[in-house]
Design a protein around this ligand. Structure first.
Ligand code: HEC
Length: 185
């Protein structure tokens, strides 16, 4: 029983495939064109990029740079050097007051004499600038040394003058450290 219709069809299909190749529709042709021409161009571009990429830092590798590593392994805590002779970088009395002293002296917290409270400051002002400065530097009563901050003595002095003058004193701005050193020579 050779040559049944079924058998013939199967045979013919296989035969056609062998001669026409895999591309049978315009859509398949479009894909074939794409992969034959466009894909190689893309691959070449990517390869060229890859070859020249060693000069650019790869994503995430900035963390291995010398500076980044140094920043990460630096000892805990660092010191900041203040140029106490450069008056321009130092805070004014008002700035120090706002940053450090106002916490107590604006409200009278902890029994602090309030800013511009003449009655509270009057007797203190009479003790003189040096006495007030000493209190501010070393602390007095509920006030910690330097008012609890880390300003230079000169800056504290400016804040004392600011506070005291608001409280009725007429103290002069303290001399800058360099000027004071020069004056004492
Ligand atoms: C933690 C609160 C607090 C802070 C912050 C603070 N003070 Fe005082 N201050 C006080 C108290 C309380 C007194 C009153 C102390 C007393 O007479 O027992 C006082 C008193 C003073 C006096 C008068 C001292 C005297 O001999 O009568 C001066 C001057 C002064 N403070 C300056 C400053 C300056 C300048 C700062 C900021 C750098 C500052 N204070 C920050 C609480 C504070």
């Amino acid at each position: 029983m050779s040559g049944t219709p079924d058998h013939d069809n199967t045979h013919d299909d296989a035969h056609d495939d062998a001669h026409t190749g895999p591309i049978k529709t315009p859509k398949q042709l479009a894909w074939a064109v794409l992969f034959a021409f466009v894909a190689p161009v893309i691959i070449i571009i990517l390869l060229a990029n890859f070859v020249s990429s060693d000069k650019k830092p790869a994503a995430g590798s900035e963390g291995l740079g010398a500076e980044a590593v140094a920043a990460r392994i630096q000892p805990i805590g660092s010191i900041e050097l203040k140029d106490v002779n450069n008056v321009a970088t130092l805070k004014t009395g008002e700035q120090v007051y706002a940053a450090q002293c106002s916490a107590c002296h604006a409200t009278g917290a902890a029994g602090a004499p309030k800013l511009a409270d003449l009655a509270a400051w009057g007797p203190r002002v009479k003790t003189g600038y040096e006495a007030l400065l000493t209190s501010a530097l070393k602390g007095k009563g509920n006030m910690g040394a330097q008012g609890g901050g880390d300003f230079s003595d000169f800056e504290i002095g400016r804040a004392v003058v600011y506070l005291a003058n608001q409280g009725g004193a007429k103290f002069d701005e303290p001399k800058a450290p360099a000027a004071a050193a020069a004056a004492s020579k």
